[in-house]
Design a protein around this ligand. Structure first.
Ligand SMILES: Nc1ncnc2c1ncn2[C@@H]1O[C@H](COP(=O)(O)OP(=O)(O)OC[C@H]2O[C@@H]([n+]3cccc(C(=O)O)c3)[C@H](O)[C@@H]2O)[C@@H](O)[C@H]1O
Ligand SMILES: Nc1ncnc2c1ncn2[C@@H]1O[C@H](COP(=O)(O)OP(=O)(O)OP(=O)(O)O)[C@@H](O)[C@H]1O
Ligand SMILES: NC(=O)CC[C@H](N)C(=O)O
Length: 548
């Protein structure tokens, strides 16, 4: 006996119930024609993950319910195909809905499983939206008894063990498991433990796509009962991933194509590209634009945007001030020419003069300070937003995580825009990725996008004469280490000092992190790439006197 499973590793759009339903129906027809008799869709595939407070709207839940029936009806002719469909399920008794996986066959809804473990940490709020289930769900297809789990269920032993105790011979897990660096390996490690504890093979069906700040990386996989990888889909792309499950004298054996895991840098790059492509595309922008300064941050964002959208959908504008160095112009022009993107120059000196004149009376002889620096950033922000209004393209902001942490960014200035592409990459990673992209060509563009001098020159905001970033901050290696350990890993000030960081550096950086919460609340969203980003998984009070 061989039973063929198909995982619909597809990119759904939150709230597009009919589009998602049609995508699932089309996948069912293709999978069936290719011989599959089980189709697994990702968690909440029908409505998209994460639909957040849409789950609180009765009309949304009713529409999801109708879409479940549409999928059942339009796949009824696929005789014998079992579809595991992820969707929210309103409870007849009222109360919160279930995060459900329904088993559809021959046009009927045969069973509906309710996710038991509802994650409520990090970026997850599932206890705000769903009531937990308590029962295992086992269904049989061509003599194979399949135990159903939904994502977080499989991160703990109990639900898998309950499915095994209920007679499951294989675990089918449907998922929406947001990416961070290293997550594809971590996930397989967790599921390996479930396979080994239960001595059951696992088919893990995963989502792909960008949804606001979350990125889903695909990499669906199958494990044998001993935990060895029997198959893996490619990461960061849509695919129908087939796994053959065979009955052998030693139990069920899975086999499938095994796509390799990519390097950490390649995964990060793919995540950034997918996040930009989906944010821009799903929100229906005709393209993107950004201020190109000749510095590393805007250079990296431009390279990502071109890989994501194509050169014809990205335009750049260099807005020199009196403090802009010649090499900034030269490098910005060089980069735009290398990539073949539209490049304009708009000098901001006249507007800068005009603002200063307008304020001269009010400022009454006070010395120049960051006020004047911020005016320049705000003139640029105003010009970029004007271009966005007129041309329809979204403004990509270029601030990195080190800047978002310390507040080295200007409200309504370089923070003005729609999507903050690298807000979860610390500056040292920005450099690493720039070097990596110049040495690799993941989308076969034939481009070596970033001029070498942009990578080697000292970073500067160029908002006053001879300014460099390191004038007022510790070296980036030190700054980034403090940011990562304090912000991502919850280490204390005392622990960092005990580990050898200079007390003054730790004091300054952590104080800046605390003081600049107000700025981050006004920042655009951007893709989460680490265990903790400045997004849904960082919810600190603005008004706060505690720091340790
Ligand atoms: N708790 C709070 N809640 C709400 N609002 C608060 C606030 N505290 C201050 N504010 C407001 O925020 C203002 C200060 O913020 P903002 O106007 O942005 O200005 P600010 O933070 O003073 O200046 C921006 C800093 O970033 C640096 N910068 C800017 C641009 C690029 C780069 C770079 O290296 O890439 C660096 C620049 O040199 C300067 O040190 C205050 O004047 C006040 O109006
Ligand atoms: N001369 C300029 N022309 C166009 N855009 C600019 C210019 N200067 C700054 N910007 C925009 O503002 C952003 C922040 O600029 P700034 O130089 O202050 O910081 P940065 O973090 O060093 O960024 P970068 O490395 O891109 O220069 C830039 O990434 C760019 O998008
Ligand atoms: N949707 C979920 O239940 C995801 C939770 C899970 N721990 C993950 O990130 O993979």
């Amino acid at each position: 006996m061989t039973l063929s499973f198909c995982t619909a590793q597809l990119n759904f759009v939150v709230g597009d119930l009919s589009g998602n339903a049609q995508k699932i129906i089309a996948a069912a027809h293709k999978a069936y024609a290719a011989g599959a008799r089980v189709l697994l869709t990702p968690e909440l595939a029908l409505c998209g993950y994460a639909a957040e407070d849409l789950f609180l709207r009765p009309a949304f839940l009713r529409a999801c319910d109708e879409a479940v029936h549409t999928v059942a009806r339009e796949t009824a002719a696929l005789h014998g195909l079992v579809i595991v469909l992820g969707h929210p399920h309103p409870q007849a008794s009222g109360g919160l809905p279930l995060n459900a996986a329904s088993v559809l066959c021959n046009g009927q809804i045969e069973q509906t499983y309710a996710k038991q473990a509802l994650p409520n940490y990090g970026v997850f709020d599932e206890q705000r939206y769903f009531a937990p289930g308590s029962q295992p769900c086992v269904f049989e297809v061509e003599g194979v008894r399949i135990g159903l789990l939904v994502c977080e269920d499989a991160w703990w032993p109990a639900a898998a063990q309950a499915a095994a105790a209920a007679g499951a011979q294989l675990l089918a897990v449907i998922n929406a498991s947001p990416f961070h660096a290293g997550k594809p390996h971590e996930r397989e490690q967790v599921l390996r433990a479930r396979a080994q504890e239960t001595s059951l093979p696992v088919v893990y069906a995963h989502l792909v796509g960008g949804q606001d700040e979350l990125v889903f990386d695909g990499y669906s996989f199958a494990l044998n009962a001993d935990g060895t990888v029997a198959g893996r889909a490619a990461g960061f792309q849509e695919t129908l991933f087939f796994t053959q499950v065979q009955s052998t004298p030693v139990g069920l054996q899975c086999s499938a194509a095994i796509a390799p895991h990519a390097s950490a840098e390649a995964d990060l790059w793919d995540a950034l590209v997918l996040a930009v492509r989906d944010y821009v595309g799903k929100n229906r922008f005709p393209g993107a634009l950004l201020g190109l300064s000749g510095g590393i941050d805007s250079a990296l964002v431009l390279a990502i945007a071109v890989d994501a959208l194509g050169a014809d959908k990205v335009r750049t504008v260099m807005m020199p001030s009196p403090y802009t160095a010649d090499i900034s112009w030269l490098d910005a022009r060089d980069m735009a020419a290398r990539l073949g993107v539209r490049y304009d120059e708009i000098a901001i000196a006249p507007q800068f003069d005009s603002f200063q004149q307008a304020l001269a009376g009010v400022f009454d002889g006070r010395p120049q300070d960051t006020t004047e620096e911020n005016i320049q950033a705000r003139i640029r922000g105003t010009l970029l937003m004007a271009m966005s209004n007129k041309l329809g393209a979204i403004v990509l902001t270029t601030g990195n995580k080190s800047e978002m942490a310390t507040g080295y960014c200007t409200l309504y200035g370089d923070m003005a825009g729609g999507f903050a592409v690298i807000k979860d990459l610390v500056k040292t990673t920005v450099y690493d990725l720039a070097r990596w992209r110049n040495a690799h060509d993941p989308y076969s563009t034939g481009l070596n996008p970033i001029p070498e001098r942009i990578i080697t020159r000292a970073p500067s905001a160029e908002l006053r004469p001879d300014q460099t970033d390191q004038d007022s901050l510790p070296p980036y290696e030190v700054l980034d280490a403090i940011v990562v350990r304090y912000m991502e890993q919850d280490e204390s000030i005392a622990a960092l000092v005990a580990d050898g960081f200079a007390p003054a550096d730790v004091e300054r950086v952590t104080r800046l992190i605390q003081l600049n919460e107000y700025k981050r609340r006004q920042a655009p969203p951007g893709p989460r790439l680490t265990r903790r980003s400045f997004g849904k998984d960082w919810r600190y009070p603005i008004t706060n006197r505690f720091r340790a």
